[in-house]
Design a protein around this ligand. Structure first.
Ligand SMILES: [Fe+2]
Ligand SMILES: [Fe+2]
Length: 371
């Protein structure tokens, strides 16, 4: 084989592989666009193409090459209305089909649809190579490539499109499932946050602000994005254990008695009980459980110190303190930003982790200046 033939095969293989890696970072539309563009590279005689996706029973074009998407959208169709001439025989095995249309039968279509075909160039003399996108034996969409000659696509082109249809089906179905689970996960977390806010109206907005400050500090400390995500969730949920504390104590204006304060101190334990059963929450549980531990060991519930404390918990500790100090309560006024920063600095190495205080002071000052 000639050296440049090898090079060509290598480039095609790498295109194929790269189409289906790191797809979790893409939106569904971006993923489908990437797949369509890549199919065009490997089926070079295709001139135009599109991917339709079934959205609530209607197939809509999500991306296209060579077609105007808004014109294509006029051909959106339903399951019972597969009028464009696509037929599938066996949904348990995805196959590619092809169809030459010398001219549309005018009597079968409305004037509007015929005009749309003409505008798209699919009224006469074209060959479609298409395949259903299928998941669980249900059609979830359609990929279709057109060329404007009466010449069949080769067996290789059919196999390539079949491969793309199978791969897009698998990846797209996984993405949909992931999106669905992520939505459920986010909703579960927000329900818990709302539960805390209903229970303790004084702290309304507190959880969200602590999340925001934790994110800023974590970013300033260059935490990896996965760690940052966990930190944000733990910060949102850090006081979830207050759900188990009596309203009289939570809503009491003024100072708490020692007994009452002992009750409040149970909220990290409660958080652990509430969150422990959630899958993959180990780090998040530890961050919430330890957010009242102090760097010098004087905190609760266990009196841990320094590196014994989860690093995310050190960040939440600082974010929590800053928000508590700068928020107004019924029994006291809000402290200024400068005064709160002063206290963070004074308690650095005592209540707070010094590295976290340095990062927090730098980022909070910077953001305050730009406000
Ligand atoms: Fe707390
Ligand atoms: Fe808090």
């Amino acid at each position: 084989m000639k050296p440049n033939a090898n090079q060509e095969i290598y480039e095609k293989l790498s295109l194929l592989v790269n189409t289906f890696v790191d797809t979790h970072e893409l939106s569904n539309e971006a993923f489908l666009k990437r797949a369509l563009d890549s199919a065009f590279e490997l089926i070079p005689d295709a001139e135009k193409g599109s991917i339709y996706i079934n959205q609530d029973g209607v197939y809509r074009p999500v991306c296209a090459r060579g077609y105007d998407l808004t014109i294509l959208d006029r051909l959106s169709f339903t399951d019972t209305d597969l009028f464009i001439g696509f037929e599938y025989h066996d949904l348990s095995h995805i196959k590619a089909y092809q169809n030459y249309i010398s001219k549309r039968e005018d009597s079968k279509f409305s004037d509007e649809i015929l005009q749309t075909f003409k505008a798209l160039g699919t009224y006469q003399d074209f060959t479609s190579l298409y395949a259903p996108l299928v998941f669980d034996q249900q059609i979830i969409g359609l990929i279709s490539l057109e060329k404007f000659v009466n010449k069949p696509y080769s067996k290789l082109c059919q196999d390539v499109l079949k491969f793309y249809a199978q791969s897009i089906s698998n990846y797209y179905a996984l993405k949909l499932r992931y999106d669905h689970e992520k939505r459920l996960y986010d909703q579960t977390i927000m329900s818990l946050v709302t539960a805390i806010e209903i229970k303790d109206p004084y702290t309304e907005g507190h959880a969200r602000r602590v999340m925001l400050y934790s994110e800023w500090i974590g970013t300033a400390l260059q935490l990896p994005s996965r760690e940052l995500e966990k930190l944000k969730i733990a910060a949102l949920l850090h006081d979830v254990g207050k759900i188990g504390i009596s309203n009289d104590i939570l809503n009491k204006p003024g100072r708490l008695t020692v007994d009452e304060f002992d009750q409040i101190k149970k909220h990290p334990d409660n958080a652990k009980k509430i969150l422990t059963n959630l899958a993959d929450f180990n780090d998040i549980v530890m961050m919430t459980y330890m957010h009242h531990e102090h760097f010098d060991g004087s905190g609760y519930p266990q009196g841990l110190k320094g590196d014994e404390i989860n690093f995310g918990a050190h960040i939440i500790q600082v974010a929590d303190a800053y928000d508590a100090m700068t928020s107004e309560r019924s029994y006291r006024k809000a402290m200024t930003h400068e005064a709160a920063i002063q206290i963070l600095l004074e308690d650095s190495g005592r209540q707070f982790h010094p590295d976290v205080v340095s990062a927090a002071v730098a980022i909070l000052n910077l953001i305050k200046q730009t406000e």
